[in-house]
Design a protein around this ligand. Sequence first.
Ligand SMILES: [Zn+2]
Length: 324
Amino acid sequence: MATYAGVDLGATNIRAVVGDETGRVVASRRTGTPQGPNGITVTEAVLDALRGAADEADVDPTRIAAVGIGSIGPLDLAEGAIDNPANLPDTIDRIPLTGPVGELVDSDEIYLHNDTTAGVIGERFYSDRNPDDMIYLTISSGIGAGVCVDGNVIGGWDGNAGEVGHMTVDPNGFMTCGCGVDGHWEAYCSGNNIFRYAQRLHDEDPVDTSMPMESADFSSADVFAHAEEGDEFAEHVLDQMSRWNVIAVANMTDSYAPLVIYVGGAVTLNNPDRVLDPLRERLDDVVFGNVPDVQLTTLGDDVVVKGALASAMTGGTGDRSRVR
Ligand SMILES: [Zn+2]
């Protein structure tokens, strides 16, 4: 029986799974992502997680036929490494991955993707229809997407396609993005920024609200919670958030013509109706071509690691007909 492995390398956690040729996870291992002293330390933690999962599955690592890796970026695909990861300390400049992982499992079939690309591969592989045209969108602390068009998972130069959170949605640039540019989508609608957007809107127009606008603990989750309790200003903030979400998802729809868009990430998983209903209701008004089916991710928090496993099984594509 063929054995495959998948790795989710995040800023906080590393997960490794070993699966069989049906895509069923038979063993998994999770560890904290080392915050230093250097990139090699992170590489070693990835190898340890893979060894641990293989051990639990009772297979020697060299029996693993292929490994998929879904990682934080930015990627350097030519070197099979992560280059100056934005969400880890500065001392971590370079994390070699495909070389050391290939040595561990004695295979040259190591597929490295950014995490949202792994996400679209996973949604594609595990969905009922195995669609050729689809998007995986994550609305989490940041916003990003993985895109599959005509059965091709889009990587882009050095594998960094799909950074849709940095599309400009607001030409007036009311909010400044973490990347320093005004008007980017995630400056309004990501988990790191919804509450900041609320604070800016409130500064402009200080209406009555039950939200703790000045509190150091004020968070994006508070905005959703207060909207549920009927706070009018919280409702207004979420309506504005949805306005930007509709613009951005419509732009992606007209660019890529997906049949279905799966949406995940903590903001969506914690508030599925608030995030998805406005898209389902309003996309039809602004999209030029066919309106895609908008669905909550079927894989929850496992989307990246299962996508990585699916990549290993399908030559980096998520196409079920490619399973050997
Ligand atoms: Zn940006």
